[in-house]
Design a protein around this ligand. Structure first.
Ligand SMILES: Cc1cc2nc3c(=O)[nH]c(=O)nc-3n(C[C@H](O)[C@H](O)[C@H](O)COP(=O)(O)OP(=O)(O)OC[C@H]3O[C@@H](n4cnc5c(N)ncnc54)[C@H](O)[C@@H]3O)c2cc1C
Length: 347
């Protein structure tokens, strides 16, 4: 097992930083059980960390911090039941590639794929789409080490209370070591990013939500244009994603970084920068496997808050938020708010 003493730990956005007494990287379930038992004897406190991508201080610890980076990978797939068993420390990007090699995929993913499986599933991480729940609705079984050191399996049938609670438990119900999730056969998808006028969105929202398997949009204050993103299964042949991914990454990271820095230094430019950002939205199409298309590279740091709003109030809610920003003439620092208005649609 790897130990690290007193190093400074920061989350992705660098809004959270702390120095745990020790960081432990166990290699096996047995080692984790031993750590938990020893911590109990010594009255020490344990926090788990995944890929440190939570914006809230969920992984903050002044004592023992444990990472499952050494417990990664696909354990097996039951191809009849379409259920995969996976080590909880597995990064979603690794999982996507390993599942694809076997001809399978996760049914839905969020905007990035660098999270650990446990970190993503235990925090209510979600993607988009009218017919999908949060990622932990993919769960079929969880193997967890409780605070006593006891190794327990839970599912809808066994220890069902624990199973239902653990889905969004922020690491508070024990150390999750393995998970079984439902998977679907690997399929080709068409991803489209398009710039449209906000009025067009309002007039066609119901249709856009219904006809697209995955749909989301981004609003820009002070601008008439918005970005919509859709993803649907297709029978079209996949093309190399390198050029389109490079184009999107350059626009959404490098150009966006420059614009955000400009607004940080000269807040008065916010209105014009937001309008330029809206006009720079690429009209692009990519065809590939879902695990290649769901995720975006995010190099520009931001902090994000999310609110769930009943869908019947969605248009009113985003119209009023934009109105307030514009009426109050907020020097809107775009990079802090880019995902604030990202609309996630649940069933
Ligand atoms: C750029 C960016 C984009 C994002 N996009 C989305 C998005 O599209 N949709 C969305 O919903 N969210 C999104 N998020 C949020 C992100 O998915 C969550 O914060 C997720 O929890 C991060 O996973 P992680 O592996 O980094 O977990 P961490 O942040 O490291 O940990 C999260 C929680 O899980 C616990 N934990 C970790 N491993 C274990 C374990 N083995 N056993 C028990 N508990 C454990 C930790 O104690 C902590 O409470 C985004 C975040 C960023 C920075």
């Amino acid at each position: 097992m790897l130990f690290m003493n007193q190093s400074l730990v920061k989350n992705w956005s660098e809004s959270v930083s702390f120095s745990p007494k020790e960081i432990l990287y166990p290699n096996s379930i047995h080692e984790i059980v031993e750590i938990v038992k020893l911590a109990n004897e010594q009255n020490r406190k344990i926090r788990m960390m995944g890929s440190k991508h939570s914006f809230s201080p969920l992984i903050t610890s002044t004592d023992l911090l444990i990472s499952l980076d050494r417990l990664q990978g696909l354990i097996n797939i039951d191809k009849v039941k379409q259920i995969a068993e996976i080590w909880a420390g597995t990064k979603l990007s690794t999982l996507g590639n390993e599942l694809a090699k076997q001809g399978y995929a996760q049914e839905n993913l969020g905007d990035i794929n660098v999270q650990s499986l446990a970190g993503a599933l235990l925090t209510g991480t979600h993607g988009t789409g009218n017919n999908f729940g949060i990622l932990s609705t993919q769960l079929e079984e969880v193997t967890v080490i409780l605070g006593t050191g006891e190794l327990v399996t839970c599912s809808r049938e066994i220890n069902s209370d624990l199973f239902h609670a653990i889905g969004v438990s922020f690491g508070l119900l024990g150390i999750v070591v393995k998970m079984k999730i439902r998977v679907i056969p690997l399929a080709t998808y068409e991803y489209k990013s398009k710039r449209i006028i906000v009025e067009e969105l309002k007039n066609n929202l119901e249709e856009l939500k219904t006809i697209n398997k995955h749909f989301e949009f981004y609003l820009f204050p002070y601008a008439k244009e918005i970005q919509i993103k859709t993803m649907n299964m297709t029978l079209k042949e996949s093309k190399s994603l390198k050029w389109e991914k490079w184009k999107i990454s350059t626009l959404e990271n490098n150009l966006f970084f420059l614009m955000s820095e400009m607004v940080r230094l000269f807040p008065k430019l916010s209105r014009i920068v937001s309008r330029i950002s809206a006009k720079s939205v690429p009209n692009s199409i990519m065809i590939g496997y879902s695990h290649e298309l769901f995720s975006t590279e995010r190099k520009v740091k931001f902090n994000e808050m999310e609110y769930n709003i009943p869908k019947e109030y969605m248009v009113e809610a985003f119209t009023r938020i934009i109105d307030v920003i514009e009426k109050q003439k907020y020097k809107f620092i775009f990079q802090l708010n880019v995902d604030l208005l990202k609309v996630i649609i649940f069933g």
